[in-house]
Design a protein around this ligand. Structure first.
Ligand code: FES
Length: 99
């Protein structure tokens, strides 16, 4: 599924996109790589695109659980369930996620 143009998410930034099926996908650019995961926190559905992106992953703005961007695993409570993550690729200057 096409999400956006390649240049629209700068290093250290993230953005969420509404996709078919009512889901919202978070795309993060960090360390020269792109990551995609569900944008809703697994704890209480906070929008992670309003959170914080750093070396440990993405941190929820509500109760501050941090999720690893590769595996989606939470690094600290209160979240216990991992985020669903998606493969990302760049093709023809566009960012796609395998949703
Ligand atoms: S809603 Fe994200 S940690 Fe609580």
């Amino acid at each position: 599924m096409r999400l956006c143009g390649e240049g629209s998410i700068g290093e250290g930034r993230m953005e969420a996109f509404d996709v078919e099926g009512g889901r919202r996908i978070l795309v993060c650019a960090y360390g020269g790589k792109l990551f995609a995961a569900d944008a809703a926190c697994t704890h209480e559905d906070a929008d992670l695109s309003n959170g914080f992106l750093g070396p440990g992953g993405v941190r929820c703005p509500l109760h501050l659980s941090e999720f690893d961007l590769e595996s989606g695993a939470p690094r600290n409570p209160p979240a216990k369930e991992p985020l669903r993550t998606y493969n990302v690729k760049i093709d023809g200057g566009e960012i796609f996620a395998e949703v």
